[in-house]
Design a protein around this ligand. Structure first.
Ligand SMILES: [Zn+2]
Ligand SMILES: [Zn+2]
Length: 253
């Protein structure tokens, strides 16, 4: 077997003269990038004796022991499952337990949530705020399953009065965004929200394709796009519900 050294530095020892050098990152570094995670995040979750092995790991299918952040039993899972799967089985069961289901669909404020707020997202929020009253004290929604190991999701903008979330997607947000896994996970997030009575309106800019009836496809964010978002809200929830939270001044303009 030929030893392979990847561009990320993982793989064969650099001192090994027979090693084949590849100009791409190892499979694990690629999946970490694609799912917007970090190896450090994985290293904090793995059982401590396995940290050194995981730090050098290149295979997606390698199985490790992981610690649950809520203190449940250690569990075994492949690295790929930790990046894309549902995490701890007990957390998963708790998310579907009666107490959690009572909370499902409720929007709440998750303190200390690090949000990636781009300039475009701020403009979207400002333009939307000229049309409807936005709730600034919520940034997360309880769901009835786990999504990336958590029983909550954090859409870009929430309109809890209508149970509508708005997401802004464009390829420039990150060159690796919305390809493959990212798109699959966006759809899974929409499904998780749909299960608890929420609709997700997605603004799909910069050449991204429609993901369904709730997609607003556009080249860039303009006032007309934001008008289209509000129109979609009317179609989904009825004119009266949207009028109830409309900002009067802009309705006349
Ligand atoms: Zn690597
Ligand atoms: Zn757990």
């Amino acid at each position: 077997m030929v030893a392979v050294r990847f561009h990320c530095g993982h793989g064969a020892d650099p001192a090994d003269p027979t090693a084949l050098a590849l100009r791409r990152p190892c499979p694990l570094c690629m999946l970490i990038a694609e799912t917007h995670r970090s190896r450090g995040e994985l290293l904090r979750k793995v059982a401590p004796p396995q940290r050194a092995a995981l730090a050098a790991e290149t295979r997606l299918g390698a199985e490790y022991q992981w610690l649950c952040p809520r203190g449940h039993d250690r569990f075994a899972a492949k690295v790929s499952e930790m990046l894309t799967g549902t995490g701890c089985a007990k957390c998963r069961a708790n998310a579907a337990a009666p107490a959690a289901l009572r909370e499902a669909g409720l929007a709440f404020m998750k303190p200390g949530l690090r949000t990636r707020t781009s300039m475009t997202e701020q403009r979207l929020r400002a333009m939307l705020g000229e049309r409807i009253r936005l709730h600034h004290r919520v940034n997360a929604v309880h769901i009835a399953r786990t999504f990336f190991g958590r029983s909550e999701v954090w859409p870009d903008i929430l309109v809890p009065q209508l149970r509508i979330a708005i997401e802004y997607d464009d390829p420039g947000r990150s060159r690796r965004a919305h390809l493959g896994l990212k798109e699959a996970s966006d759809l899974e997030k929409d499904e998780a929200l749909a299960e608890v009575g929420w609709e997700v309106i997605r603004i799909r800019a910069g050449g991204l394709e429609s993901l369904g009836a709730n997609s607003i496809v556009c080249r860039a964010l303009t006032p007309a796009v934001v008008d289209a978002v509000v129109d979609r809200m009317r179609q989904l929830r009825g004119g009266a519900a949207v009028d109830a939270i409309a900002v009067a001044a802009s309705a006349a303009s």
